[in-house]
Design a protein around this ligand. Structure first.
Ligand code: GAR
Length: 244
């Protein structure tokens, strides 16, 4: 792996250079918006160098454009001669990989990106990748997490930020935030509450990376070898702010 994130001794916080972040999206982009707002407010030392979407109509693309951020859309639905045909993941990855190489980010953030990426793409990335997932991993990998939680007897639910690997939602969990499930609420209501957690835990996780407190290179090489922060994964209890 060619990943490299600075550690405590040569961190971005010392050099004051913002962490260059590329964001992959497929949907509304509310998490992207939080990152844009935090960047513009100067509360997160990042520079969003570009946003890649696999969905042409994704509102996330509009959000990026409105913020003056470079965008690239590699739609999974083709137009023209082969209209309506699905673009294979390999084709998407070829375009997205070339774009990432051009932008040279320090970190790639999957914020509502809804396609599974291959091992080749992940290991060939110019920067480590993290993903935001709407469950307390390792529980509820994949889709429909909120509905599945409501159908269970789980008392807690939440979201996770984890390192991306070729295995779906299986990479090292970095941070999690959780809330108490109210089993009388709808999946949409639960999703809305979890998203409020996401909007807090994602920027905090990126801040930890930007400041060198979370060293993705060390975690990637050996999940047990992050001696400077032995308490990770960090679990934030933010329930009080989003109680029903
Ligand atoms: C988020 O809730 C995120 O957890 C989920 O997509 C949503 C995107 O929201 N991601 C996944 O399900 C990935 N498997 P947003 O577009 O408003 O940021």
């Amino acid at each position: 792996m060619r990943w490299y994130i600075r550690n405590m001794t040569d961190s971005h916080s010392l050099s004051k250079k913002p962490l260059k972040v590329a964001v992959l999206v497929s949907g509304s982009g509310s998490n992207l918006q939080v990152l844009i707002d935090a960047m513009n407010a100067g509360s997160l030392p990042i520079e969003i160098v570009g946003v890649i979407s696999n969905v042409k109509e994704a509102y996330a693309v509009t959000r990026a454009q409105q913020a003056g951020i470079a965008t690239a859309v590699f739609s999974h639905i083709t137009e023209g001669e082969n209209a309506g045909k699905r673009m294979g993941i390999k084709t998407f990855e070829r375009h997205a990989g070339a774009q990432l190489n051009e932008w040279q980010p320090d970190l790639v953030v999957l914020a509502g990106f809804m396609r599974v990426l291959s091992d080749d793409f992940i290991s060939g990335s110019p920067a480590p990748m993290i993903n935001l997932h709407p469950s307390l991993l390792p529980k509820y990998k994949g889709l429909d997490t909120h509905q599945r939680v409501l159908e269970s007897s789980d008392a807690h639910h939440g979201c996770s930020v984890h390192v991306v690997t070729a295995e779906l939602d299986a990479g090292q969990v970095l941070t999690q935030a959780m809330l108490a499930v109210d089993h009388s609420e709808s999946a949409e209501e639960l999703q809305a509450r979890v998203q409020k957690l996401e909007h807090q835990v994602l920027p905090w996780t990126i801040l930890l990376i930007a400041q060198g407190a979370l060293n993705l290179k060390a975690i990637n090489e050996n999940a047990d070898a992050a001696p400077y922060l032995p308490a990770l994964p960090l679990k934030l209890w933010l329930n009080s702010q989003i109680a029903r």
